[in-house]
Ligand binder design. Structure first.
Ligand SMILES: Cc1cc2nc3c(=O)[nH]c(=O)nc-3n(C[C@H](O)[C@H](O)[C@H](O)COP(=O)(O)OP(=O)(O)OC[C@H]3O[C@@H](n4cnc5c(N)ncnc54)[C@H](O)[C@@H]3O)c2cc1C
Length: 218
């Protein structure tokens, strides 16, 4: 059983009309980049999992949250007042870089849809020398959350509903058109449909199961 950390909301930063970064006091909560926590608002008895968006050494914890239509908690959290007490449990999960691989200078391909980019933001900011690229699938260009945190040539945005300066199509189309790096380690995070489709595509192209790691949000 994991310990509960008592924390407070210390900030809310809107990225789009429906997506925001919720900042929590760290209060000694330690984690490894890629892990998630369970957030509970005391008295409400409704807990939800959120991947940690901020780097390991930041003096706060950031979560990247999208309001879900008809969702209960994701809409409510956005309107909590600064200073509201919350409980965090964790950290949980094994969606992590492996020590030996970081030392070996492996190449990583991070594939995300929507807020599935959260664990990669933490991993990349926690490991400045990483050799990587991110393929981020969203509907519209304005959902390129904090893309300025990544070098332009390493962040590939795929928009499925908007033609523009980005790749038009889903992340699976991106791989079909641009090809798949054989010698990369793939981390995939987001909704189960995308995670399954990308996994299947990579396996068909000969990427071994050991080099395909997944985290499903819903
Ligand atoms: C390991 C893990 C990590 C997660 N990390 C994040 C994160 O970093 N950021 C984040 O925004 N969410 C994340 N989630 C999802 C989060 O836990 C909640 O499910 C989400 O915030 C919806 O909660 P809710 O109470 O508003 O909706 P609920 O009332 O719980 O659910 C309403 C419906 O929305 C679906 N749903 C859940 N998430 C989404 C979504 N993002 N888009 C569309 N439909 C969805 C559910 O399957 C359900 O059918 C994570 C989930 C898991 C399991």
């Amino acid at each position: 059983m994991k310990n509960i950390t008592y924390s407070k909301i210390s900030g809310i930063r809107n990225l789009t009309e429906s997506t925001y970064v919720l900042r929590l006091e760290k209060n000694g909560f330690e984690f490894k980049a890629g892990q998630y926590l369970v957030l509970n608002v005391p008295g409400e008895n409704k807990a939800r999992e959120y991947s940690i968006y901020s780097p390991e050494d930041a003096p706060y914890i950031d979560l990247l949250i999208k309001e879900v239509d008809k969702g209960e908690i994701s809409k409510e959290l956005k309107y909590l007042k600064i200073g509201t007490k919350v409980e965090i449990t964790g950290p949980f999960g094994f969606f992590l870089l492996r020590d030996n691989e970081q030392k070996k200078n492996s190449h990583f391909t991070f594939v995300a849809t929507g807020t599935g980019i959260a664990p990669f933001h933490s991993i990349i900011l926690s490991n400045p020398d990483l050799d990587y690229e991110i393929i981020h699938g969203v509907r519209h260009g304005y959902e390129a959350y904090d893309s300025c945190d990544y070098p332009e040539d390493l962040y590939k945005l795929c928009t499925s509903r908007e033609h523009g300066e980005y790749f038009f199509g889903r992340v699976t189309h991106y791989f079909k058109e641009k090809g798949i790096k054989k010698d990369s380690i793939y981390y995939i995070c987001g909704n189960s449909g995308m995670v399954n489709d990308v996994t299947e595509l990579l396996e068909k192209k000969g990427i071994i199961a050991e080099n395909i790691r997944t985290e499903v949000f819903f």
